[in-house]
Design a protein around this ligand. Structure first.
Ligand code: SF4
Length: 329
C-alpha cells in the first residue's frame, strides 16, 4: 500500500510546531498500526484527533446550563422518558443554579491542573441543552466559547429542540471552535420510542440530524440496547439508521434500571427482562459490524452511581464489556 494512504486525511504534519512533531512521531505510527492490524471500529479518540488536531488528548468538562427538558416541564409532557433520572447520568447535576462563568472558573483550573496539555471539550450534559429561547442559549454558550482554555463544545439535546435559528447560531460558533451536537435517539423503532415516552419520532430525529449536518455541525447520538420488547432485529435496524445517517459518533448503552423511574417500577413488577451480559455484548458486536468505521464508537458501556443502580450489575464493567465485544468482532 502506498505510504501516503496510511496517513489519515486529517493528520496534518506541522513540522514547525512541537505538537505537530509529537503527533508525527507518536500518533501516526499508532494509527497506522490500528489500520494495518485491524481495529474493527473507529474509536472516539480518532474523531477527537480529527476535530482537535493541536491536542494529543482531549478531556470532557461536564457543565450544567440549568436547562429543563420539554418532556419534563410540560412543553410536551411531565413524566419524562421512562428510563430517565438525570441525577444518575450527570456528575454536575447539582450545578443547575450555578452560573456558567462560575462553573468555568471552578472546574477549568482543576481539569487543567490534572491534564496540563489536554484540549478541554466543554460538555453541556444534563437535560436538553437547546430547550430555551435563543437569547438564553447565547447567554449560556457564549461565555463557554469565549473562554480561552475551552477548545470546543459538545451539547446534548433532543431532535425537537433544534429550530433553524439555533442551528444557525451553533454553526456560526462552529467556525470559531468545534461544536458537537449530540442528538439522542435511543432506538430507531417508533413503537418503542412511543412506549418509552420519548415523545419524538425517528422522522423528527433524522430531520434534525440532516439540518445540523447541512450546517456542517458534527453530529453524534446515543442509543440504548435492550429496551423492553426489542430484539436483535431492532438493534440491527438502529445500527443501519446510524450508518445511513453518517453520524460522526455514537454512544451505545445497555439498558440499565435506576431508581426513581417509571421503568424501575415496571422492572420490579416483572414486566420485562434485561439482556444478559453475553446477549448485550453479542448485540453490540453485531451493531458495530453494521455501523462500520465511518462512525466512531464513543462508548458501549454505561455507568450509574451504585446507590441508584438497580440492574444489571455488570453495566459499569467497561473493560470486561470491551474485551467481550472485541472478541466477537
Ligand atoms: S432522557 Fe432526556 S429527553 Fe428524556 S426525559 Fe430525560 S432529559 Fe428529557
Amino acid at each position: 500500500m502506498p505510504f501516503h494512504l496510511l496517513i489519515p486525511p486529517y493528520c496534518s504534519i506541522d513540522t514547525q510546531s512541537a505538537i505537530g512533531e509529537i503527533r508525527w512521531r507518536f500518533f501516526l505510527p499508532c494509527l497506522t498500526i490500528c489500520y494495518l492490524f485491524g481495529m474493527h471500529y473507529t474509536p472516539y479518540r480518532d474523531l477527537l484527533l480529527k476535530l482537535f488536531p493541536n491536542y494529543l488528548k482531549v478531556r470532557k468538562l461536564p457543565l450544567n446550563g440549568g436547562m429543563s427538558c420539554p418532556n419534563l416541564d410540560g412543553t410536551k409532557g411531565f413524566a419524562g422518558c421512562s428510563y430517565c433520572n438525570n441525577r444518575s447520568f450527570s456528575p454536575v447535576f447539582d450545578q443547575a443554579q450555578v452560573a456558567i462563568q462560575e462553573q468555568l472558573d471552578k472546574f477549568v483550573p482543576k481539569l487543567r491542573e490534572k491534564y496540563p496539555n489536554a484540549g478541554i471539550l466543554a460538555y453541556l450534559q444534563p437535560y436538553t441543552n437547546t430547550h430555551a429561547p435563543l437569547e438564553k442559549l447565547q447567554g449560556i454558550i457564549d461565555p463557554i466559547i469565549k473562554h480561552k482554555e475551552i477548545a470546543g463544545l459538545a451539547i446534548g439535546t433532543r431532535p425537537d429542540c433544534l429550530e433553524d435559528e439555533k442551528i444557525a447560531y451553533l454553526a456560526e460558533l462552529n467556525r470559531k471552535k468545534p461544536i458537537i451536537v449530540e442528538i439522542g435517539l435511543q432506538t430507531a423503532n417508533d413503537l418503542t420510542l412511543a412506549a418509552i415516552n420519548r415523545r419524538h419520532t425517528l422522522a423528527e430525529w433524522t430531520d434534525a440530524v440532516k439540518r445540523c449536518q447541512k450546517a456542517e455541525l458534527t453530529v453524534t447520538t446515543h442509543v440504548i440496547v435492550g429496551l423492553p420488547g426489542e430484539t436483535l432485529i431492532d438493534f440491527k435496524h438502529t445500527a443501519e439508521v446510524i450508518r445511513d445517517m453518517k453520524l460522526a459518533a455514537v454512544k451505545i448503552h445497555p439498558l440499565h434500571i435506576v431508581t426513581g423511574t417509571v421503568m424501575a417500577q415496571d422492572y420490579i413488577a416483572g414486566q420485562f427482562k434485561l439482556l444478559e451480559f453475553e446477549e448485550y455484548c453479542y448485540a453490540v458486536a453485531e451493531m458495530i459490524k453494521i455501523i462500520g468505521k465511518d462512525t466512531a464508537i464513543e462508548r458501549f458501556s454505561g455507568e450509574s452511581p451504585s446507590e441508584m443502580l438497580i440492574a444489571p450489575n455488570w453495566c459499569g464493567e467497561r473493560d470486561r464489556i470491551i474485551a467481550e465485544v472485541e472478541k466477537l468482532l
